[in-house]
Design a protein around this ligand. Structure first.
Ligand code: E4P
Length: 247
């Protein structure tokens, strides 16, 4: 079952701008839950996210790993040991052969490793071969619905549309997510959509409005999601009133 929701953003004065239409899906009914992955290779951030109960998986990429001083495989092993969920590790080869070889090594690290493959032609070849070996893949650097369609056809377990980087160049990242969800629903693809390159709490809320399977979120944004200034003001007031009553 599906219904169409008009999402309105950018209210200025009396005028309401309708930026896009989202189709909301109910696959699996009430039991379907949005998953949060944390987008980092930093162990402390992952531990903080786990403590909050907000980490269902982890995504890393070469830039995130480069920020950490330890060897890549050591970091991966530790992440996989503390997180009970998929952990994406990215290959750096540019040819399918090399990607498949890297993937075969990376999956030896732990059972929960998912291989992140770039959305290029060689990447599609690698995804097809890895799917045949039951190795899970996350096709990354997705910037168009056509790319997402090819990734699903190749047998990707996940696709990662980069909403923030699209917004950065005045495109609409969330519209892309909506298109991908529609295409996958039309053909019942099992490929899950990870909303990536998340920059703000609104990206996460909009991903949930669309019904995206997963959002991969930097720790800073997970913390921002919990905050509201009226909550802080309300707490302060409650505590002040309680103090007065004690006197
Ligand atoms: C996704 O898996 C990527 O690691 C990530 O979301 C990229 O985000 P960025 O655009 O903030 O680098």
């Amino acid at each position: 079952m599906q219904r169409v929701v008009i999402v309105q953003r950018g209210v200025r004065g009396e005028q309401v701008h309708c930026l896009y239409t989202h189709t909301v899906y109910y696959s699996g009914g009430k039991g379907r839950k949005m998953k949060f992955f944390i987008d980092t290779a930093n162990i402390d951030e992952i531990k903080k996210g786990l403590e909050l109960g907000m980490v269902d998986g982890v995504t890393t990429n070469p830039s995130l790993v480069a920020k950490e001083p330890r060897p890549f495989l050591d970091i991966l092993k530790e992440i996989c040991a503390i997180v009970d969920g998929p952990v994406s590790a990215e290959v750096v080869s540019l040819e399918a052969e090399g990607m498949v070889a890297e993937a075969r090594d990376l999956v030896k690290v732990a059972d929960n490793i998912v291989i992140k493959i770039p959305m290029i032609e060689e990447g599609l070849k690698a995804v097809k071969r890895l799917a045949a070996e039951d190795i899970r893949t996350n096709v990354t650097l997705i910037f168009s619905s056509a790319q997402a369609l090819l990734a699903a056809k190749a047998g990707a377990t996940y696709v990662s549309p980069f909403v923030g980087r699209l917004d950065d160049i005045s495109s609409n990242g969330m519209e892309l997510v909506s298109e991908i969800m529609t295409m996958y629903e039309n053909y019942n693809y099992n490929t899950e959509v990870i909303v990536a390159s998340v920059r703000s709490p609104m990206h996460v809320v909009e991903a949930a409005m669309i019904g995206a399977d997963i959002a991969t979120i930097p720790y800073k944004v997970i913390a921002q999601l919990a905050k509201h200034p009226l909550t802080d003001i309300g707490m302060e007031q409650f505590l002040a009133d309680w103090e007065k009553r004690q006197k």
